[in-house]
Write a protein that binds this ligand. Structure first.
Ligand SMILES: Cc1cc2nc3c(=O)[nH]c(=O)nc-3n(C[C@H](O)[C@H](O)[C@H](O)COP(=O)(O)O)c2cc1C
Length: 335
């Protein structure tokens, strides 16, 4: 129990090893821009360098998007992200591997066998969260096509507990970012002050909240808040369109799950249509706090509706979708 508390703030962690091959690097900055966290900086010559944040050795989610967006293969990484103990202990096996639906155990590279996969499988394995968007607007017909994929998602009791708010007005997206940042900064400052100094009471409060609000207090998203604070547009990544997904809180059984399934239908449809997407919950979580009630009303969010997540949508700037390595979940077989 006491160990759990000790590991709540700056837990013992293993980070993936990220390396930049300067011979190959064209200094295009795509990795630096696409990193969801404050996990890469640029050195004085413009080469990307992996960095840490707030006492963490590295600020890396192990998403591999820096590798996926690199046009020259200069960005390389390997190894798991693991938290060894405490409330944020990871449950993964530390076994990073490329997609292996055919059970080839890494004997053939993905590019070799992807032609043998169905179009749906390829979309699943190659979809990456897109944080580099073209300014080009997404035609309304295409957004409607994405929404339609959501409508045909399965839901408990077929109750379809969804409502969507589609926003293509940049100022409106910015306003949501700004409002969310106020709350996000409060929590981030509990984790890490700008000057690195922190009174003991903040560490104590962060530690205590980590026990009771474990989903909210994982340090990893705070590295993303740090980036959003330093960069303009780093919550919605300057996307030309976003879809907010709301649940009917009176929906049958577990409406959050229904919304997740619905969202993934939309995301996969969007990628199959050549669009890029990124789930954005960083801006949604703050909407659940009581002080955001009047802002929510302005957005048209009133009971029984509650926002669950949102999807940034747009045309990808350059190649972003790509198969990457991923850690492996535990699987128990009962045969
Ligand atoms: C429910 C949910 C919420 C997410 N929220 C954010 C977010 O607020 N900002 C962001 O940049 N990425 C967000 N992501 C994207 C994840 O960081 C990403 O899915 C993960 O790192 C794996 O990378 P991949 O999507 O490229 O495979 C979210 C993903 C999910 C499923």
């Amino acid at each position: 129990m006491f160990d759990n508390w000790k590991q709540a703030y700056l837990p013992d962690s293993t980070f993936p090893d990220r390396r930049v091959d300067k011979e190959l690097c064209s200094r295009c900055k795509r990795c630096y821009e696409a990193c969801p966290t404050f996990g890469l900086d640029l050195d004085e010559e413009g080469y990307p360098v992996p960095i840490g944040y707030g006492g963490m050795e590295q600020a890396c989610l192990n998403c591999w998007n820096c590798v996926a967006v690199c046009p020259t293969g200069a960005m390389q990484m390997d190894g798991p992200y693991k938290v060894e103990q405490g409330p944020f202990k990871t449950q993964l096996q530390g076994a990073m591997a490329y997609p292996d639906p055919l059970g080839l155990d890494g004997t053939r590279p993905y590019e070799d066998f992807c032609e043998d996969l169905t179009p749906v499988e390829r979309t699943i394995y190659e979809r990456r969260s897109n944080r580099l968007f073209k300014k080009k607007p997404v035609p309304k017909e295409l957004i409607k096509r994405v929404l339609e994929a959501g409508r045909f998602a399965p839901s408990a009791g077929n109750c379809q507990p969804y409502k969507f708010i589609v926003i293509t007005n940049k100022n409106a997206i910015k306003t949501i970012e700004r409002e969310a940042m106020k709350t996000l900064k409060f929590f981030k400052n509990l984790y890490h002050n700008k000057d690195g100094k922190k009174p003991a009471w903040k560490t104590a409060l962060f530690t205590a909240l980590s026990q009771v609000m474990v989903n909210e207090m994982d340090p990893r998203p705070y590295t993303a808040v740090e980036k959003a604070e330093r960069w303009d547009d780093a919550i919605y990544w300057d996307c030309p369109a976003m879809i907010m997904l709301l649940k009917n809180t009176h929906g049958i059984s577990n409406p959050d799950l229904d919304l997740g399934i619905c969202a993934q239908n939309m995301v996969l449809a969007a990628h199959s249509l050549g669009l890029g997407t990124c789930y954005i919950s960083l801006s949604i979580k703050p909407l659940h706090y009581p002080h955001m009630k009047s802002f929510k009303r302005k957005l048209g969010v009133t009971p029984p509706w509650e926002p669950v997540t949102s999807i940034a949508l747009g045309y990808p700037k350059g190649k972003i979708d790509a198969a990457v390595k991923r850690d492996s979940p535990m699987v128990d077989w009962i045969e």
